[in-house]
Design a protein around this ligand. Structure first.
Ligand SMILES: NC(=O)c1ccc[n+]([C@@H]2O[C@H](COP(=O)([O-])OP(=O)(O)OC[C@H]3O[C@@H](n4cnc5c(N)ncnc54)[C@H](O)[C@@H]3O)[C@@H](O)[C@H]2O)c1
Length: 357
């Protein structure tokens, strides 16, 4: 890879789960992350791996000022709203933030000649294409919710700027989980927590009852749908460790800095696990052999199977994930058990309560 020494990389959404891990990996690799985040869902404690500027990606003046101060050579764009259910209830909020503000952000970057962008996209752009087999970058994109649609339209806008000299890589993530080593003091701290692995783990690792209540997990974990046409009736997904994911971002950045063309890559493990298999892995990893979660009805819009073909990222970015499912669960559990996470999420729950009153 090229020598990153001191090169500044703008990291939008760097106070969030994946953006903070990217900043950590960039710093470790010798880059200088410049984090931009409006802290709408992110965490002020997660920005310790770079310089932090609080503001909105859609604010052209703010982004322009950040550019003038730091002159970044490239950007990684993580900032977005990510709750599928909320996007169904309030699509305008998602199109405004994830598409329109993202488009303004890309335009501002282009204006300032920051013309290498790595963009966090999502497997949600594929909708239910996975039911026909592993999903490749050529599979049909037909999102089944406003979240997926807003990300797909942001992707399209960014790709359109290619004609203006902007080179970009859209990385379509499958299910991201796990955390950096616990000493890094970063990890998933979403509120509400809608992702399967933390929802499964948190009730199994002696998380204090007030936190489970605050996270909406007081009734424990339930399996949404056990009547899918899969081997055990539960939905099949592809899980990728966040550190493998951010490794792919560094490779994508290197690819762009070395003259790579605008492109799209799937990022997953390339292997599907049913919800029941994840439950099994958690039983083993967490020493809870008798754990037997109840089944609940399917959630609307949840396809039976969504597994990535990752051959393209392997070939062009020379990337392959190195961490297996037990590592994902082990790192996630270490993070969610840490006093740091517990204090941080307690504080986030308290602030959310105050904001509601
Ligand atoms: N978590 C996953 O499993 C997953 C899967 C697929 C794709 N993604 C994509 O990865 C990216 C990061 O996801 P995450 O899980 O880290 O989410 P996150 O909510 O933890 O982080 C998003 C960050 O963006 C910030 N933000 C949102 N809108 C902003 C705006 N207008 N201006 C400035 N900052 C803003 C938030 O404050 C937050 O810190 C998103 O783009 C998401 O679509 C995530």
């Amino acid at each position: 890879m090229s020598s990153p020494t001191g090169s500044r990389i703008l990291v939008s959404g760097g106070a969030g789960y994946i953006g903070s891990h990217a900043a950590y990996a960039l710093k470790e690799a010798g880059y200088e992350p410049v984090i931009v985040d409006n802290l709408s869902t992110g965490n002020a404690w997660a920005v310790s791996f770079g310089t932090f500027e609080q503001g909105d990606i859609g604010d052209e003046e703010f982004i322009g000022a950040v550019y003038k101060k730091y002159e970044p050579v490239a950007a990684m764009h993580f900032a977005a709203l990510i709750e599928v259910g909320e996007s169904v209830k309030n699509p305008d909020k998602y199109f405004d933030n994830n598409r329109d503000r993202a488009a303004r952000f890309f335009k501002t970057l282009n204006k300032h000649n920051v013309r290498k962008v790595v963009f966090s996209s999502t497997a949600a752009v594929y909708g239910d294409a996975g039911d026909a087999g592993p999903v490749s970058e050529l599979s049909l994109t037909r999102p089944v919710n406003p979240y997926g649609q807003s990300k797909l339209e942001a992707e399209a806008y960014l790709r359109m700027l290619d004609a203006a000299g902007m080179r970009s890589v859209a990385l379509r993530y499958f299910n991201v989980a796990g955390a950096a080593p616990v000493e890094a003091m970063i990890g998933e701290a979403h509120l509400p927590e809608t992702h399967l692995i933390p929802r499964l783990i948190l009730p199994l690792i002696d998380t204090p009852a007030d936190l489970l209540r605050g996270l909406g997990l007081e009734s424990g974990f339930a399996i949404y749908g056990n009547d899918y046409p899969t081997k055990d009736g539960t939905a099949i997904r592809d899980y990728i460790h966040v550190m493998d994911l951010v490794d792919a971002h560094l490779r994508a950045l290197d690819y762009l800095l070395n003259g790579g063309e605008t492109d799209i890559f799937n990022l997953g493990s390339g292997t599907g696990f049913s919800v029941m298999e994840i439950v099994d892995a958690a039983r083993t990893a967490l020493g809870r052999p008798h754990f037997a979660p109840p089944a609940a009805p399917r959630r609307e819009g949840d396809p039976a199977i969504l597994v990535a073909s990752i051959a393209k990222a392997g070939k062009i970015l020379n990337w392959k994930p190195a961490r297996a499912l037990p590592d994902i669960i082990g790192y996630a559990a270490a993070w969610h058990r840490s006093p740091f996470y517990r204090e941080a999420i307690r504080d986030k729950i308290a602030r959310a309560k105050i904001a509601q009153t």
